[in-house]
Write a protein that binds this ligand. Structure first.
Ligand code: HEM
Length: 358
């Protein structure tokens, strides 16, 4: 064999990868626990996939960081494609929990104490995925847990990387900017005059009327939410708590563009943008599915004991599950959809511009 030829094992550096499983219970003086090997392999498999997710996110964020994205380049289609890849990986990660379920609580107890105080909580890559998607520390459940660099918390080096990443623009902020730049409501496309006040724009005044007319008696108040979400008009009599529920991570201009894309997604020019928004919603759902599956697995494995990472355990995980959504404002836009057949017709000038130009 040609000694310079590529060889499977060396190309993949399997010497390192396959020499990285060292169950502590197998060390001298400990009682070997068979299932610790599975525990290590499954965590390592997760971390490899986290690495790939971050790699795909790097590309997506680079494209969205541009001041202007060229619609006639491959950029947006590749973003769509790579977000779909992240979705496929996350679907696999969700299924991987089932393999761990083949370990019984008693099997786990055989080596659990040897892990303390390390925990999946300290996964730097998982925190980077969350931070890049747009989950900021101040919005986290029990945010003080994340600032710990003592036992059970992050190493100083990891903590620094995570906090630096949190200072950078998130995917959510980049998508917000991209949506804000959408030109759909520009005066040149609409024959009627477009006043500076967006609520008087021919599209939005027509849409609001149709939306309001379609609400049932019990939902009548939703038109006030509509005014606040899309036009920042504070409804009289709403408490701060009510406004808090409506407050969005996206700007009203970005939400107007996102709703417009969802409504008119059958136009060819909107297909890719629509699929990008849909993928972000899907990624949020898959993260939440994983949190749920992990929580159920943890409850079965350790009941109500505290975690090895020194949080309250299942209680903490449940709080994170309920609070750590990032793209809920996008999925929440369904509240403001109207039936297809009632959609206002778009001006010819705009339709011409929504088609591909050859
Ligand atoms: C026997 C299996 C497992 C048990 C009993 C378990 C238990 C826990 C507990 C109790 C926490 C809360 C933090 C703490 O106090 O430790 C936690 C967090 C976490 N674990 Fe696991 N875990 C298991 C498997 C896994 C696996 C396979 C992964 C894959 C990477 C993982 C990733 C995480 C992550 C990312 C967090 C932080 C979640 C968040 O902040 O939302 N865990 N785990």
């Amino acid at each position: 064999m040609d000694t310079n030829a590529r060889y499977y094992g060396s190309y993949l550096h399997l010497d390192k990868v396959l020499d990285a499983q060292h169950p502590v219970s197998f060390e001298k003086g400990n009682e070997p626990a068979h299932d610790e090997m599975l525990f290590i392999v499954i965590h390592q498999a997760y971390e490899l996939w986290f690495k790939q997710i971050l790699f795909e996110m790097d590309y997506v964020m680079r494209v969205f960081s541009q001041d202007k994205i060229n619609d006639n380049s491959e950029d947006l289609n590749l973003v769509r494609h790579r977000l779909r890849r992240i979705i496929s990986i996350m679907q696999l990660l969700n299924q991987q929990v089932n393999i761990l379920d083949s370990m019984t609580p008693l099997d786990f107890l055989e080596f659990r104490n040897l892990l303390t105080p390390s925990s999946g909580f300290q996964s730097k890559q998982f925190r980077l995925i969350e931070a890049r998607l747009g989950l900021v520390i101040d919005k986290r459940h029990q945010k003080d847990y994340y600032k710990r660099t003592n036992e059970g918390g992050f190493s100083q080096a990891d903590y620094q990387v995570i906090t630096e990443t949190e200072q950078e623009k998130t995917l959510l902020e980049l998508v917000n900017q991209w949506l804000e730049r959408m030109p759909f409501f520009m005066g040149e496309y609409w024959s009627a005059s477009t006043a500076a006040d967006i609520t008087q724009h021919p599209f939005w005044s027509a849409y609001r009327k149709i939306y309001e007319a379609g609400l049932t008696e019990r939902e009548a108040n939703k038109v006030k939410d509509f005014d606040y979400v899309f036009f920042e008009k504070k409804p009289a009599g709403f408490s701060e708590a009510q406004l808090d529920v409506l407050r969005s991570h996206f700007s009203p201009a970005a939400l107007r563009a996102a709703l417009f894309i969802m409504l008119y997604r059958d136009f060819p020019m909107f297909q890719t943008s629509y699929q990008i928004l849909d993928s972000l919603i899907e990624i949020d759902h898959l993260m939440s599915n994983w949190r749920h599956k992990h929580l159920i697995m943890v409850r079965r494995m350790i009941g109500m004991r505290v975690g090895t990472g020194n949080t309250s355990g299942a209680g903490y995980l449940e709080g994170a599950l309920n609070k750590h959504y990032v793209y809920r404002d996008l999925s929440g836009l369904s509240t403001y959809l109207i039936e297809r057949k009632k959609l206002p017709a778009l001006p010819e000038e705009l339709i011409k511009n929504l088609g591909f130009h050859l």
